[in-house]
Design a protein around this ligand. Structure first.
Ligand code: ADP
Length: 180
């Protein structure tokens, strides 16, 4: 499914983000930038040792990637030239500022992409796997954040894909984007 907000095109695709044909993919990392399972493990495996090395350097020099922030590395062996790693919030019932932190992941990733002249990017569904964020709520935060940035004419990549692994996640994002 596709939808346009101002000059920003949003595309929902079901699949594997490591195969995305975009300038940069976003990794749902952890704040330590230590390899995890889920999409993080898949991206590190596909990207290879250069990606792991750059993550280790960032951890050594700046201590990692605080929740809601983003850092950039090479894409290593991926088609995508860059990986933007962002640490999503762990869902704790919604009382720990999770929506603000999740929205910040999308904003900081998009701003970092724009700063690096990246025009097309692909996101996974940040925080809805191991971190337990309810999918529909997370989809709403993700898509509304992008809609608002587009409408306020922020400089962000003009092609934004969401590459969603499973049927349930994909269907939830379609439902939310349809209503937005
Ligand atoms: P988090 O710790 O932020 O919850 P996870 O990696 O556990 O991150 O899950 C985030 C989402 O990424 C989940 O919907 C999961 O199914 C999905 N995912 C896992 N592997 C891939 C992949 N190769 N491509 C795209 N999405 C993936």
């Amino acid at each position: 499914m596709k939808k346009q907000f101002e000059d920003i095109q949003i595309e929902l695709i079901q699949g594997d983000i490591t195969k995305a044909s975009v300038d940069a993919i976003i990794n749902a990392a952890n704040k330590e930038l230590i390899g995890g399972g889920g999409v993080d493990g898949a991206i590190r495996r596909a990207g290879g040792p250069e990606v792991v090395k750059e993550c280790d350097n960032i951890r050594a020099t700046q201590g990692g990637c605080p929740t809601g922030s983003a850092v950039i590395t090479t894409g290593g062996n991926l088609f995508a030239k860059h990986i933007i790693h962002t640490a999503g919030p762990i869902w704790e019932g919604g009382i720990k500022d999770e929506p603000t932190l999740l929205s910040s992941c999308y904003k900081e990733s998009l701003f970092l992409a724009a700063k690096n002249e990246i025009n097309s990017i692909a996101f996974p569904s940040i925080s809805t796997g191991i971190y337990g964020y309810p999918i529909k709520k997370a989809a709403h935060v993700a898509l509304k954040t992008i809609k608002e940035l587009a409408e306020s004419r922020h400089k962000i990549p003009t092609t934004i894909q969401f590459i969603l692994f499973d049927d349930i996640t994909y269907n939830n994002y379609v439902d939310v984007l349809t209503e937005l």
